[in-house]
Design a protein around this ligand. Sequence first.
Ligand code: NAP
Ligand code: F7E
Length: 334
Amino acid sequence: MRRRALITGISGQDGSYLAEFLLEKRYEVHGIVRRSSTDGFQRIKHLEGEITLHQADLLDQQSLTRVIEQVRPQELYNLAAQSFVPTSWEQPLLTGEFTALGVARVLEAIRLVDPNIRFYQASSSEMFGKVLEEPQNEKTPFWPRSPYGVAKAYGHWITVNYRESYGLFACSGILFNHESPRRGLEFVTRKVTDGAARIKLGLEETLELGNLAAMRDWGFAGDYVQAMWMMLQQESPDDYVIATGEKHSVQQLVELAFERVGLDWQEYVEMDSQLVRPAEVQTLCGDARKAGQQLGWAPQVDFQKLIHMMVDADVARISHQIQVNESVGASTFF
Ligand code: NAP
Ligand code: F7E
């Protein structure tokens, strides 16, 4: 019998990589998607026919319980969230509903339907916020700096609490920033790689950015989803930091991306003070030694390879789009 996994947030960056990874492992893969008036499933289009999608929403307890009852997964990965930090200041309550209470709703559904389901919670390095030590490990205290970080801290602790209260096999993966060509265009890595590609191809003249001094520990999403699965294969549930252990500034990211397309970034990048956050997470760098020792996990893609991969993918995608537009005589580009 194939093992069954249910993924919330399957249409997101991580959901798409995790679905591919589990299919390779011969899992029967099910995903939760919310209803939309437009087709938002670009990242999982190529998996059509191989995965089964179910409609539900993190805001709707009954819809979650119903899908879990229908699918009866052995493993459930809760990746759905309002995941963009700046939006969490614009919509703090909705972020709390999705990103914090949504976790409790999924856990409640598991507890009621089948407490043997193994549960993964997508926790975040944003919980460390104004960091109290460096690098950050599983024991580093949290000091979140955004409504998103605060909501993720709730999601983390409710996961720990359900493990301790009800004996659920519930794990919290504290993942540092991870990126890929499938990253949303609003996050800084993708904004920069897409921006450099557009400038190179003559579609834009400048790129506006916020805090260039911020530092992050950036890894590749394809590596990080493997750690999620590894956590659920252990004898007992636990929490793990997943990171590369190296940090770089946004400016270094910009330099690398523009260099890849043969341009001098200083001629194109402009500072936009509107993009500076009300409270910034200035630096993050993770200590993933526990995951290395207990899960046997290690990142495979380094920072330079990651940014080159993303720039090359954006250049190829946009060049292709230009060719298509030219062949149909379209005068505008999206
Ligand atoms: P993402 O690309 O923004 O994907 C988020 C997913 O959540 C999408 O599939 C989205 O569906 C879904 N979703 C949002 N609200 C929902 C709701 N109310 N009901 C059902 N589904 C909903 O995020 P990601 O980068 O893949 O990250 C996956 C998870 O890891 C998130 O929880 C994120 O907060 C967390 N995380 C990410 C990172 C990172 O660096 N990427 C690091 C640490 C933790 P739609 O397609 O309909 O919008
Ligand atoms: O910002 C700075 C910004 O939006 C990174 C999410 O996946 O990782 C992500 O959160 C840094 C910040 O990611 C721009 O101020 C400068 O310091 O790419 P980001 P994030 O906020 O770190 C964590 C681990 C998650 O869990 C989240 O879900 O870059 N920055 N200029 C900028 N950031 C953006 N977005 N846009 C700029 O123009």
